[in-house]
Ligand binder design. Structure first.
Ligand code: AMP
Length: 407
């Protein structure tokens, strides 16, 4: 029997998201989420996606990632999809920061673990959780290939002119300060899927990808290759996000230290957790913000306007970086669902060949689709992202026997 299943794990600091896929037809067999690990109120939600089983939820204290993964393994086993099955080919792990050197998905060994650990100072929130997930999974199935798929990998093709900050070069190199970019798995998947939607090969299209979720980033993709992206050393730079400020003058930080008497840690929390939409208007959910805008609330209107203004600046910047743009594509929670955001982001850009068709744009759908009018020079597309499928595909491509790689 050929092993064709891949378990995808996305381990956060207090959560584990997972999906089990069968790569013989890219179908999903099960999906789930463990939340609030380490608290009394931990919760596991498991949804079998084959065989017609009902979703199951358990609330029970789950002390750590090891217990969480064991609980996940139990749930999968109940559906006859146990992780001890010979049909499981590999486990694919999302790893947020792969630095400059991990340009590809990589089979995990001790050297890889060490390097991911070495990157903790530049990804203090994410890499430790990712490592815990990997180590726990390795202990459960030591015989199985475990693959790291890095959020940064797609962006390692950025030219130095885009990847470097204009700061003292020796200091930058000493501390590995450069623009790494994140959400790469999503940008890779969505840019490729957009080319397909246009009926073209990725090599033949230039795309601006707008990944607008609670975290948000833009990227400029020329012929399938990322040439710029809005997140930097960390996922704080760039667009206005749910709770993150995106771009600010770095002098804001010195000012807050000197005049506001704040510590570096306090400013870190301010810019990462208490800024962006939530800092501007008290809400980070775009649905709620739009409801408030429609009721004429000024605070919500300002937050929305700042969000859109920043988005437009990046569209303009990446238009200039690419020179020729074939499509602008919206993805993730806000990008896939918020017609007002898409409409406002391209409003007034007709001279750049950009427009949305009001009717097409307002249709709700889970399908990849084009929402620009026939006459527009640049396609405006909405493409639901699928990071789990991308991770599973990249993982399987690395571990499957050659005859199965294009399954
Ligand atoms: P993500 O990080 O991709 O899961 O996106 C989460 C965000 O998507 C939420 O915080 C909301 O702001 C936004 N979102 C989800 N559904 C909708 C919707 N129907 N309309 C507008 N925004 C939405």
């Amino acid at each position: 029997m050929t092993a064709t299943r891949v378990l995808v794990l996305n381990s956060g600091s207090s959560s584990v998201k997972y999906q089990l896929l069968d790569m013989s037809d890219s179908s999903r067999l099960a999906a789930g989420l463990v939340e609030r690990i380490g608290e009394e109120t931990s919760r596991l939600k498991h949804t079998p996606l084959t065989g017609g089983g009902e979703a199951r939820e358990r609330e029970q204290p789950i002390a750590d990632h090891e217990e969480a993964l064991k609980a996940v393994a139990d749930e999968l086993a109940r559906d006859g999809l146990g992780i001890d099955s010979p049909e499981l080919a590999a486990i694919g792990h999302r790893v947020v920061h792969g630095g400059k050197f991990f340009t590809e998905p990589t089979v995990i060994d001790d050297a890889v673990l060490k390097e991911v650990e070495r990157l903790i100072p530049v990804a203090p929130l994410h890499n430790p959780a990712n490592l815990t997930g990997i180590r726990t999974a390795m202990a459960l199935r030591p015989d199985l290939p475990q693959v790291a798929v890095f959020d940064t990998a797609f962006h390692t093709t950025m030219p130095e002119s885009a990847a470097r900050y204009a700061i003292d070069i020796k200091t930058a190199d000493e501390h590995r300060i450069r623009r790494y970019g994140f959400h790469g798995t999503s940008h890779a998947y969505v840019s490729r899927r957009t080319a397909q939607l246009l009926g073209k090969e990725p090599e033949d299209v230039n795309v601006i990808v707008l990944h607008l979720g609670n975290g948000a980033s833009a990227s400029a993709v020329r012929g399938g290759i990322c040439v710029d992206t809005s997140m930097g050393l960390t996922p704080l730079e760039g667009l206005v996000m749910g709770t993150r400020s995106g771009d600010v003058d770095p002098a804001v930080i010195f000012h807050l230290m000197r005049v506001g008497n704040m510590t570096a840690d306090e400013i870190d929390v301010l810019l990462n957790k208490k800024s962006g939409l939530i800092g501007l208007c008290g809400d980070n959910d775009m649905r709620e913000i739009r409801r408030r805008v429609d009721e004429g609330e000024q605070e919500a209107r300002l937050a929305f306007d700042i969000y859109i203004h920043r988005l437009k600046k990046y569209i303009g910047a990446y238009y200039a970086v690419l020179g020729r743009v074939d499509a602008i594509v919206f993805t993730a929670g806000v990008g896939e669902n918020s017609a007002p955001v898409r409409e406002a982001a391209v409003a007034g850009l007709e001279e750049l060949g950009l427009a949305v068709d009001g009717e097409l744009n307002s249709v709700r759908s889970d399908e990849a689709r084009i929402v620009s009018p026939e006459y527009a020079r640049v396609a405006v597309a909405v493409v639901p992202t699928d990071e789990e499928l991308e991770i599973a595909q990249q993982t399987y491509a690395l571990v499957a026997p050659p005859e199965n790689r294009n399954a």
